[in-house]
Design a protein around this ligand. Structure first.
Ligand code: ATP
Length: 316
């Protein structure tokens, strides 16, 4: 029907080589790496051969060019990435602490990333799209909701489908329109990609079985639940459940696992794969991505993921 389209932030990530507390003293940094949850999602989707495009905004600078060239090289449609003459590409500096938590310095709100608008190129991309993927991170971008509403109308109107990765911290749900928008997406999504307790937040009930049942009653068609080192599960509206184990890798950089998982899962399902096979590719994409430094450096082609699956044992 047309490409998978995502709306949201493109960033570069610059990361500290050493663990510690924030950025209070000079430290060695590496990067810039192409980043932004929607960019990671769409890059993995495109690398797997799924038709894919992104609506986003970058600055007229090397950080923007790094991202656009990377996405283009990996096969994504970059025609709806606008270039701001006035604001720099968004950036995130990240340093891990010993306990695995992260300190960030963000430049997003006053960067090109916050300038996403419904341009002619964006409208044209929606008009040829077959699937819209919405990420909770887009809720924080001014103007993004208006575009999501427009895209939902156009893509659903032409018989396309919608997936939703809540990617939301619980406390954000209390802010402004976020709860109403979250509920609207749950009403419209065909596929939900929650992780951790997002399943329960979305369903409004605790307990996996009860939550899944509540979401199906509401009209969700399919759920792919991300479970980190425990792998992932598929739930179908007919009561089917499939569990697939994660792959055993040494985790170097956890950022982007969920986005790579999502990009691979959506691409595989849209390419016609059965849920179990899509879960395997998605688990492989997530695991491969955490095993290398940089938020999307581990995104894989079909051949790379096949080789990874053949060579990597499953976690017990
Ligand atoms: P994110 O940290 O990007 O928000 P998430 O919470 O949305 O991630 P996770 O469940 O952490 O999603 O990761 C998605 C998938 O990636 C998992 O289902 C799993 O298959 C794979 N994965 C993540 N971390 C690991 C790991 N340490 N080892 C093996 N596989 C992993």
């Amino acid at each position: 029907l047309g490409p998978t389209v995502v709306i949201g932030e493109i960033l570069v990530e610059i990361m500290a080589l050493t663990r510690g507390n924030g950025f209070l003293e000079p430290i060695e940094l590496v990067g810039p790496y192409a980043s932004g949850a929607p960019a990671i999602f769409i890059d993995q989707c495109a690398r797997l051969g799924g038709a894919a495009g992104i609506v986003a905004s970058v600055g007229d600078d090397d950080f923007g060019r790094l991202n656009v060239e990377r996405l283009r090289a990996d096969g994504a449609d970059v025609s709806a990435i606008s270039v701001s003459p006035d604001f720099p590409t968004g950036s995130a500096f990240v340093r891990y602490r010993e306990d695995g938590s992260r300190d960030f310095v963000f430049n997003i709100g006053k960067s090109a990333a916050a300038l996403i608008g419904l341009t002619d190129a964006a409208k044209a991309l929606f008009e040829r799209a077959g699937h819209l993927h919405v990420m909770g991170t887009a809720f924080a971008i001014p103007g993004a909701w208006e575009m999501i509403e427009h895209a939902l109308g156009v893509i659903k109107g032409r018989g396309g489908s919608v997936s939703f990765d809540p990617n939301l911290r619980k406390e954000l749900l209390g802010q402004g329109q976020t709860q109403a928008r979250f509920q609207r997406l749950l009403d419209l999504a065909d596929l939900l990609l929650p992780s951790g307790d997002e399943l329960f937040v979305a369903a409004g009930v605790e307990g996996e079985e009860a939550a899944v049942a509540a979401l199906f009653r509401r009209g969700i068609g399919e759920i792919a639940l991300k479970r980190g080192e425990k792998g992932s599960s598929f739930f179908g509206g007919d009561g089917t459940r499939i569990d697939r184990l994660a792959f055993a890798v040494t985790e170097v950089d956890p950022t982007g696992a969920g986005d790579c998982f999502g990009g691979a899962y959506v691409a595989c399902r849209r390419l016609g794969m059965a849920p179990a096979e899509a879960l395997d590719y998605a688990n492989a994409a997530g695991a491969r991505n955490v095993s290398v430094r940089g938020p999307m450096e581990g995104a894989g082609t079909r051949a790379e993921l096949d080789a990874f699956i053949a060579a990597t044992p499953r976690l017990p």
